[in-house]
Write a protein that binds this ligand. Sequence first.
Ligand code: ATP
Length: 446
Amino acid sequence: MIVGIDDTDSRKGMCTTYLCAVLVDDLKKYGEVSTPRLVRLNPCIPFKTRGNGAVSFEIKTNAEREAEIKEIIRTQVSELSELREEGTNPGVVFIDSNVLKQNREERRGILKRFYENAVREVLTIEDAYGLISELHFDYFGLKNKRGLIGALAAASFLVLQRNFRKPDYYDFTYELIAYRQKERWGTPRVIDETSVWKADAATYPSTWDTVDRGENKIVFAPHSPCPVLFGIRGDSIDAIYKTYKLIHTEPEERKMLFVTNQGTDFHLIRKLETGKEKLRDYHSYILNGVVGSNPRTVEGGHVVFPLSLSEETLDGIECIAYEPTKGFRDIIRELRAGDAITVFGSLKKKTLNLEKIEVRELNLVMEKNPRCEKCGKTMKSAGRLQGYRCKHCGTYRADTVKEVIERVLEEGLYEAPPVARRHISKPLIRMRMRMEGAEKKIHPSR
Ligand code: ATP
């Protein structure tokens, strides 16, 4: 049986991954429990608490014990969820492994679509009920049950990626999450920072986003009152455990390794299906375009610039590197009108929140008003498309002067640093390690 769970926490406490860890540990006496999955869904969803995460695991057991297991899960979800909080709407789905054996390919296709849409599109609770009734899944929910969307997506990810070591499956990474003892929840975390820097140095880049060197900050531990002590992310289980052993902290209650879609960029829509399709809010894209005018810094320290999109049917957009992206803004400030770039990020109100950019072709030509050949003064525009005239002697010239300029910025891919990285965004160091886009120059933030 596969179990998917979501929406049990609030900003004031709990974490759906903790609930999952408790269940995985408790249910081991009933059968073999798989490595749980932690999926990050559409990062633009307004209902999310933090990183729009949902969890799933599989338990191999006999049919007689399934009812008992479901009851344990229902009880734990009801007791541990932050039900007093308005935005907490738990959902749990139970997928009988046998159900998936009939019409296997068709059913896998349905689950694949649902998972992909949950990461890239905006779904409704009705979409979740539609799938539940079509495939006859058992489920359980509380309040408005919105968590069923995430629960189904997490369970689908597990079905699709059961044998996650197969190379042709979705990209995935791991996170080892350590949880705090209950009496410490809400108090400051005791973490020996020196040990974290050393551990990170010993295993980076097989582990990543433990620290942010540019900002001189440890980023693997939250500051919220939730049960998470820290999470170590990476591509190698061995490297993750090596890091774990080197880090000294307050005693933990438990720890759990998750297989996850974090660090994969699965939320990005690469290509619009039809030329006529419009860009939509709450969706994340990879788009090609040309910088419309030089970036400017606005109130709050955010850096913005307009982008004309290469897709002729699309209107231009505004791009923004928010203040929390820190040093990434210095890269953005180096862009100039006419640079051909690719942007990666989420769209809201025609503004794309930049996660990464690729500088494809730098504009090395600067157009300047010409100097008067007679008196040496800078000539002024004589009106739109009407050339240039010297105010002093009246000399006329039709064109601007083109000057080749030096650029500090190099072509290639740049990213927001770990302090500002979304869980689902792929660190450039992963691309380099995997030799993705080998012909491209990759400039990881570290
Ligand atoms: P945490 O990261 O701390 O676990 P969270 O950020 O995951 O919290 P949730 O409390 O799980 O936030 O709330 C997200 C809600 O949005 C859930 O109810 C989930 O079912 C729903 N949801 C997830 N993806 C989508 C989507 N693509 N469309 C509509 N609703 C979604």
